[in-house]
Ligand binder design. Structure first.
Ligand code: PRT
Ligand code: ZN
Length: 296
């Protein structure tokens, strides 16, 4: 029996987490666990692994199989793409977006096609590995089209005369471009999510809350930066207004008279905008430091 700070672990008070065995989500899934302070001895050839300092057991599976395993309760929770969750239509609950594996599921047609709107698809053949999501999209838009399900290399279907359009995952767009296709509709924005089964016991729900709390702290830290700068006292008030921080910024006098040191936290998305305004107000020696964890 292992023990963590305040938990006695039995089989029922352990969480079984399914992650992708290999592929685009594997490394980011393992990295996230590490950032959450969870140590796993990962041997890529194994089906299972235990965390040494958290009551967590890992299952390494194909991404497409994760929803089924979680619905069946073989795994209690999983890290998987939203695209797979919506395609499989299993009984799962999405608990938290994980901030990696970002992509979109899009419809694409030949570059020379005169596409104006989704009515183009009426009576056409669409090749995809996502027949459920595509059918739902067609139903929503009252379009009748034939779905041709294929499991890989969807992008070559129009070129070989198998379909008029495709629906596939896109991230940079270079696969579509290289195959003479253009993206015309985005059906779904997707990223990796944490899913849970609806059969967790109370102990497991508690553990899941602990894990989610850690994930949220890691995500917040990634979206924020710690800023230190020297501010001329004459503009201090305006500089402080730009840097609300978590409560309010820390302001310390500098040995150099007329100047203060200001420490605060700013959001990644406002970053450049704020830095430019700070410079305009005479801020100097601006240091920007990544934050490892952020607990508010
Ligand atoms: O073996 P297993 O079944 O587990 O893996 P897999 O081969 O089915 O999946 P994998 O590893 O390719 O992808 C796992 C998950 O990563 C997907 O379910 C998505 O949630 C996510 N993801 C993010 C992507 C992409 N980005 C992506 N670009 N999955 C696939 N692609 C492919 C896409 O299908 C197309 O072939 O990349 C190509 C397009 O990329 P761009 O950059 O050229 O646009
Ligand atoms: Zn797969």
């Amino acid at each position: 029996m292992t023990s963590t700070s305040n938990l006695q672990i039995t089989n029922d008070s352990k969480l079984k987490l399914a992650i992708q065995k290999s592929g685009r989500l594997h490394d980011d899934s393992m990295k996230l666990l590490k950032e959450c302070g969870i140590d796993v001895n990962n041997n890529a050839n194994k089906l299972k692994a235990d965390a040494s300092n958290f009551p967590l057991e890992l299952f390494f599976l194909r991404d497409d199989d994760i929803p089924q395993y979680v619905e069946d309760g073989v795994a209690d929770i999983g890290f998987v793409g939203e695209n797979v969750v919506y395609e499989k239509e299993k009984e799962l609950i999405i608990v938290e977006k994980l901030g990696f594996g970002k992509c979109r599921l899009s419809i694409a047609v030949g570059r020379s096609e005169a596409y104006t709107d989704s009515s183009f698809l009426e009576g056409k053949k669409i090749a995809t590995s996502y027949p459920v999501i595509v059918q739902n999209y067609l139903n929503k838009h009252a379009i009748k089209a034939e779905i041709h399900e294929i499991s890989g290399s969807v992008e070559i279907a129009p070129g070989i005369g198998l379909a008029h359009a495709i629906c596939d995952l896109v991230s940079s767009g270079s696969t579509l471009f290289m195959n003479g296709l253009k993206e015309v509709e985005t059906i779904l924005q997707s990223e990796a999510v944490l899913v849970k089964s609806n059969k967790l016991n109370q102990e497991q729900e508690k553990l899941l809350n602990k894990l989610v709390f850690r994930i949220q702290s890691v995500k917040k830290a990634k979206n924020n930066k710690y800023v230190l700068l020297n501010a001329p006292n004459k503009n201090l008030e305006e500089i402080i207004k730009l840097l609300p921080g978590m409560k309010s910024p820390t302001v310390l006098p500098l040995a150099n008279e007329g100047w203060s040191s200001v420490h605060s936290v700013i959001n990644e998305s406002d970053f450049w905008d704020i830095i430019e305004q700070l410079q305009a107000l005479g801020a100097q020696g601006i240091l920007v430091v990544p934050i490892e964890k952020m607990i508010i």
